[in-house]
Design a protein. Structure first.
Length: 587
């Protein structure tokens, strides 16, 4: 009898321990599950809404007593779900969701590029300000500023052999990027500097900031001839370096309007392609700097001057009274392919029966006599207007639209807003002075932020340049119609006849600064439509017959084709959304 009792007690004990391990396993599963929920459910609501689906609001825990009778009604310990969850989760089930943090305020936003904007970006980035730079192309400009349309820069320190404007801007841009500047090739469409923090609205984002450096530069002026819009980019241009290499201008007679450095530089550059260049000057003398007028050769020069001849040599006085004050020879005078027309203005352009530009209607300022000058192209070199439209009504401007700054500083009439470069400099307008003013603006921003206890430092590692030019896949890998990006006329001919996709053709030239700006912009847009579009780059100097057949008058130029039909031509550099919207509508 005693043995049977002992066996029953042993059985009962085993059952009790079995319940113990069941409950222990159950609690362990709950705890592990709650940890998993914490890791994979990112919001408070998802945790609180998921738990009730799997668990009751109360869990009863068995007392860990050594014995338990089947008829026992001992009170059980009740615990809320929160006791089963980690402490980090438990309070969140009843606590309200914390308010979202306000957007991060930037130390400084730099609007514009060029030597002023990029220099400001370099100095601000080196000061750990992490500047946001909108390179943009407000009012017709391009990232990199006017130097992107400049042939040779011979007076920038550090380049004894000179450097092209686009190459100089590429170096500045890479340097700013290397030190941590955040660059966006976007247009700024609206700014509000009436209250701090300032608001900067671009075509793709909105940024709040404590300070602004305005470095939007200036834009080439137009003559506003009666038929100017009709022939713009079809014979009339404000950028010789962009459009001079066009096959339609090669070997032709061209004309340049202006008497300053820009005009004389464009006239000299165009002689590389044109048969002859006419320089139309409203005044009775050139306004170009001595360096641009200087000849590199001590030779006697004969120049056309209103129908009369004028002779110069180095160190001698000109027989014409208008040049008595000039002591050196003129580079343009010594070029047999350039003819100067003083006291002459352009009145309009003339076209032939095919609707092509064939000449320029000119007028003599002194006599009023009008005549037609044979020319297939007209290039403007008549100065610039400041790109200050975004600041109108918010900061003080002068009568010409230049931003007013305190003498010797970059400070504008609004605290925290600074200006640099040609947008505030109507006198010197040099690359080196623009760079200097960009440096002043960046240092002023740093002092302003420190003085007002607004500075937040960003320590970032230096980054290496990863931007690459478009790869000529047709050369490296052989033509493959399944690829999206191609180069050269062979690819264009094949895709034109065989591809069912939308075809985007970009026409460029080696010396074209805006082309360097447009290529990465367009490449990013093409990547968004990888399987719906083909992209081809055509160098108009390597494939002039293609450019001529397409009627390309200047670069950069983009043409869209589909099913052997040309849908649209876009000249110059536009915002990404214009290309994106067209591709989206026609893919």
């Amino acid at each position: 009898m005693r043995l049977e009792i002992d066996n029953l007690e042993l059985l009962f004990l085993r059952q009790n321990w079995l319940w113990f391990w069941v409950w222990f396993l159950f609690l362990t599963i709950i705890f592990v599950w709650s940890e998993i929920q914490w890791l994979f459910l990112p919001t408070y609501e998802s945790v609180s809404h998921s738990l009730p689906l799997l668990l009751p609001t109360t869990v009863f825990l068995c007392p860990l007593s050594p014995t338990l009778s089947s008829s026992s009604t001992l009170p059980l310990h009740a615990h809320s779900v929160s006791t089963l969850l980690p402490r980090a989760i438990a309070p969140s089930l009843s606590a309200p969701r914390p308010p979202s943090k306000p957007p991060l305020l930037q130390n400084v936003v730099i609007i514009g590029s060029g030597p002023a904007g990029y220099t400001a970006a370099i100095y601000a980035a080196r000061a750990n300000l992490k500047p946001v730079v909108f390179e943009g192309y407000q009012v017709g400009g391009v990232p990199g500023g006017q130097l992107m349309t400049t042939t040779e820069v011979e007076n920038f320190p550090g380049f004894p052999d000179g450097i092209t404007g686009p190459d100089l801007m590429d170096r500045m841009r890479r340097q700013a990027e290397r030190w941590g500047a955040e660059l966006f090739q976007e247009d700024v469409e609206h700014i509000d500097v009436r209250s701090n923090p300032f608001t900067i609205q671009s075509s793709e984002r909105e940024v709040k900031c404590h300070s602004v450096i305005f470095a939007t530069g200036a834009t080439a002026k137009r003559l506003r001839l009666p038929r100017e819009d009709e022939f713009w980019s079809r014979g009339i241009s404000a950028c010789a370096i962009c459009d001079g290499a066009s096959p339609l201008f090669k070997g032709q007679v061209l004309a340049v309007v202006g008497g300053g450095d820009t005009a004389t530089e464009e006239a000299i550059y165009l002689t590389k392609y044109a048969r002859h260049v006419h320089l139309l000057v409203r005044r009775d003398q050139l306004r170009a700097s001595k360096a641009m007028q200087d000849s590199k050769f001590l030779v006697l020069a004969e120049i056309s001057h209103g129908g009369s001849n004028c002779y110069l040599d180095c160190g001698s006085l000109c027989t014409n009274e208008q040049f008595v004050n000039y002591r050196e020879c003129f580079r343009v005078y010594n070029n047999p392919n350039i003819t100067l027309h003083f006291n002459t203005e352009a009145v309009d352009v003339v076209s032939n029966t095919k609707g092509q530009m064939s000449g320029i209607l000119t007028r003599r300022i002194d006599t009023g006599e009008e005549s037609v000058l044979e020319a297939k192209g007209l290039f403007y070199g008549i100065g610039h207007s400041p790109n200050s439209q975004l600041l109108q009504g918010q900061v003080e401007l002068d009568s010409s639209g230049y931003v007013l700054v305190e003498e010797g500083t970059a400070k504008t009439s609004v605290e925290g807003v600074f200006a640099a470069g040609d947008v505030q400099d109507h006198e010197w307008r040099q690359a080196v002075t623009a760079a200097g003013s960009g440096c002043i603006a960046a240092l002023s921003v740093e002092r302003y932020l420190v003085r007002n206890d607004l500075l937040v430092e960003f320590h970032q590692p230096q980054t290496e340049e990863v931007k690459k030019e478009l790869t000529d896949r047709d050369i490296q890998e052989g033509f493959d119609i399944t690829l999206t990006k191609h180069k050269g006329q062979y690819a264009l001919r094949k895709l034109y006849h065989e591809s069912p996709r939308l075809i985007c053709v970009l026409y460029t030239s080696p010396t074209c600064g805006p082309c360097r700006t447009l290529k990465p912009i367009l490449s990013k847009v093409i990547d968004e439509f990888d399987q719906n579009v083909h992209f081809i780059e055509i160098d108009i100097e390597e494939d002039p017959e293609i450019a001529e057949a397409a009627g390309i008058m200047g670069t950069p130029c983009v043409q869209f084709f589909k099913n052997k039909e040309m849908l649209r031509t876009i000249s110059g550099v536009k915002m990404k959304r214009e290309y994106r919207e067209f591709i989206e509508a026609n893919k």
